[in-house]
Design a binder for this molecule. Structure first.
Ligand code: PLP
Length: 336
């Protein structure tokens, strides 16, 4: 049984060069940190999510009633697990393990659909009578991006389809995002501000769904769950200027990712093709030993064996700046 509650942050010890956690380098940007800091002046009042709801709705061309701010994407999974009583919940793996952990913690049985090979999603592999399906896009840890058309085929009346888009803004223009799709029944799109904006410690994300479902999920959310600084961050990160900044970063990320993938491939590591997020999934026999060796040389990469469907031969490597990536590649060349 794999440890569903293992996450990359526990692999980054003091002083280690971090290729294990997928938060963007040198974040939050100064302009954002300053606005969040300024919100401290308003902490005497209870938080009001209305402006953030409007800002997020406008960013995704939805209505405020289709938006629920959450304490990170992680809280959204807990709300889904609390509010729904699925008869047949299916989680598509390998993927981020918290959705399954939250469902299990709420007492729901969970089935897994395991993708293998190139980790492409075949909608026919999902049991027809599944009334809750959870899938990531692009997926952590594979970095694979499923098409909007493939995902849309999974939506149907009587089923809740949760699409975890925590890394969607790694893809310029977000062409495969379902965030704007108000037409798909039972769709819940979960977004995070943690990764691109470097706000892991603030806890801010949101979900988008039809208003009746948003109301059900809001009913099981602790009151004032999302703090005023987090709501300010949600407003700021939803502005056209912020979205353009993220998009420019995503375009530049693509080049660095391709160069790192080529370098790792040249070393004989099998890089999962089609990577579209801020990390690469790499397969090599004895990956665990390699990870330990990297650790003794001051570098942390994410183990693969705690993701259902991956074994001890996988590592996940965050894409950093070219210089930092080159340090990792140099070290790997020595070790391999
Ligand atoms: C795919 C995915 N979804 C959601 C989350 C959780 O994000 P948040 O910090 O917004 O709770 C993570 C964090 O690692 C993740 O990798």
């Amino acid at each position: 049984m794999v440890d569903l509650r293992h996450h990359g942050d526990s692999e980054v010890g003091h002083g280690l060069l971090d290729f294990a956690v997928n938060v963007r380098d040198r974040t939050p940007p100064r302009w954002l940190a300053e606005r969040i800091a300024a919100s401290v002046a308003d902490l005497a009042a209870y938080p009001d999510p209305a402006p953030a709801r409007r800002a997020v709705a406008s960013r995704h061309r939805r209505t405020p009633g289709e938006v629920l701010l959450t304490a990170g994407a992680a809280e959204a999974f807990v709300l889904v697990a609390r509010a729904l009583t699925p008869r047949r919940a299916v989680v598509v793996h390998p993927q981020f393990t918290e959705p399954e952990a939250a469902l299990r913690a709420a007492g729901h049985p969970v089935e897994r659909t395991i993708l293998d090979g190139d980790f492409a999603l075949d909608p026919d592999a999902i049991p027809e009578d599944a009334d809750l399906v959870v899938v990531g896009n692009p997926t952590n840890p594979t970095s694979v991006l499923h098409s909007a058309g493939t995902l849309a085929k999974l939506a149907r009346p009587g089923r809740t389809l949760v699409v975890d888009e925590a890394f969607a803004d790694c893809v310029p223009g977000e062409p495969e995002s379902l965030a704007t799709r108000a037409d798909l029944p039972g769709l819940v799109v979960v977004r995070s501000l943690t990764k691109t904006w470097g706000l892991a410690g603030l806890r801010v994300g949101y979900l988008l769904a039809e208003p009746a479902l948003v109301r059900r999920l809001a009913e099981v959310q602790p009151l004032w769950s999302v703090s005023t600084p987090a709501l300010v961050a949600a407003c700021e990160c939803s502005s056209p200027r912020a979205v353009a900044e993220a998009d420019a970063w995503a375009a530049e990320l693509a080049g660095r990712r391709a160069r790192l993938a080529a370098d790792l491939t040249a070393l004989g590591l099998a890089v999962t093709p089609g990577a579209r997020a801020s990390f690469l999934l790499v397969r090599t026999p004895g990956a665990d030993r390699l990870r330990e060796a990297l650790r003794t040389r001051g570098v942390a990469v994410r183990r693969g064996d705690t993701f259902p469907g991956l074994g001890g031969d996988y590592l996940r490597i965050a894409v950093r700046d070219d210089e930092t990536n080159a340090r990792l590649v140099g070290l790997l060349a020595e070790l391999l």
